[in-house]
Design a protein around this ligand. Sequence first.
Ligand SMILES: [Ca+2]
Ligand SMILES: [Ca+2]
Ligand SMILES: [Ca+2]
Length: 241
Amino acid sequence: MVQVKEKNRRLLEINDGFRGEVKDLSDDCGRLPELQEQNQNLNSTLTTERQEAAEREESRRDEMDRKMADIDSIKEAFRSLDLYCPVVNPKTKARICRKCPDSWRLFENKCYFFSSRKLSWSSSRAWCQTQGGDLLIINSEPEQSFVFESSQAPQTSSRLWIGLTDAEEEGEWRWVDGSLLTSDVQYWLSRPGLGMEPDNWKLDNPLGEDCGHMDASENALKSWMDGSCEIPYRWICEKNV
Ligand SMILES: [Ca+2]
Ligand SMILES: [Ca+2]
Ligand SMILES: [Ca+2]
């Protein structure tokens, strides 16, 4: 009998325990919407913070790009400064600026002279050499465009000698520094139906045509011709700043 009572008491205890747990569970269930809301709030806070961090990173990168571009333009400015105004005294950092002589024109880092007088190709070349330069060597399309535009001033003749010749070997065009004409930088005149330059035309001079000139009345990138070297034309010299 005592045993039965004891068993009954323990069962009642277990029952109480279960009730407590059931109550806790139902309390938790009651808080479920609150917990879900908290979870949602945490998620949206996290998303906002992630977005803000990404925006901060992007603006940091933009700022970095701007600074790099500033540094590049400062470096570029210094390169030009060193070119035109080199340091002459490393201790004091004193600079002396150079420029082209009067009646010469500056383009990039070279000086150019466009004559109004006319001479043969070799006399033109000799004149340029007495000025510390030589007949023009065209190294790039921008240089071609510059000299073409600069030759437009109203003159008695639109033709100007440049430093190009095939006198040593017919058809092998070389610049006055001895370098061969390259296929990527050449602007020979071609007129549909009227033939192509250079044509080594022999009707005017049986020796043909061995000297290059530019005709400023043609198109900027199609304006070179070969001509008889003895004809007096205007000319273009080039020299270092
Ligand atoms: Ca040149
Ligand atoms: Ca020739
Ligand atoms: Ca010709």
